[in-house]
Design a protein around this ligand. Sequence first.
Ligand SMILES: [Zn+2]
Length: 287
Amino acid sequence: MNFIDINKNIVKEFPYTYGWLIDFEKIIMKDNCDIIIRDTDHYFDSIRVEVSSRLGDHETSWKYYSQIWDHISTHCCKCGSSNGVKTIGEYTLCSTVCRDCAEIMRISGVPIVGPELQLIPGLKHQSNIPMIKCRLKALDGHLFYKYSNDLYFQEGQFRVRNETSGEVVKLAGVYTGLRDWKGERIYTGDIVLAEDPVNRKFWGFIMFGNQWDKSDRDISPQWSGFCLAHGGGNFPSALCWASRIEVVGNVVQENEYAGPIPSDNDYESYSASHKESYKFSDENNLS
Ligand SMILES: [Zn+2]
């Protein structure tokens, strides 16, 4: 795949389609064709996928281009579903989404990226479900943990597989793969307290994604794919600015938490009822 006038990171915007294009390119390479992703100067559909023939065989490249177009205009670029697919805005390649992904993209605040974007439509469509450890909230409010292959979606609700009918749950965050300095696993929606090397503190609820470019403040590259969101339309902080992090709470325990993804609204209602200032657990409470 060739990228022309465009940053290769753009593929994060269309994970399903990118995977499909990689497989499709293997087929068309046997016919001496390559796939190009290009930012054109045109206003309409400016991020474009093209097929070029190394032999100048326009008929063949056009045939493959039509097949690509048919596929991307009928499949969600994020999860691959063909359920209620629509193109939002001008860019067919990266904004053709299914009904369920469109719902997630409408959640206010910092854009949702990361595994929940595949998990939730996947559970709803029973396909392409990423294997991930999930935090769940039972109807009585208690939190527990299951892998995604123990979950399913039926009659408008997420459920845990069991011997009888399946317990109704709210999705309440997924494992980030990170642990705090005490070894505790961190899930999306956890409130994380962070400090930088000169002991300046910052905190927020943790999300996948980081909208900051590389900067001198980055000191923990292993955390560069995450941010701490602050709600209220504020720009999130990059987690990689921190030298130490600790989980100090979560937004999903609140009664108002509706799910399926911890969001700005949840953080705002959490903050309204928790006016404390946060401390690391080894800090002197009197200081
Ligand atoms: Zn989708």
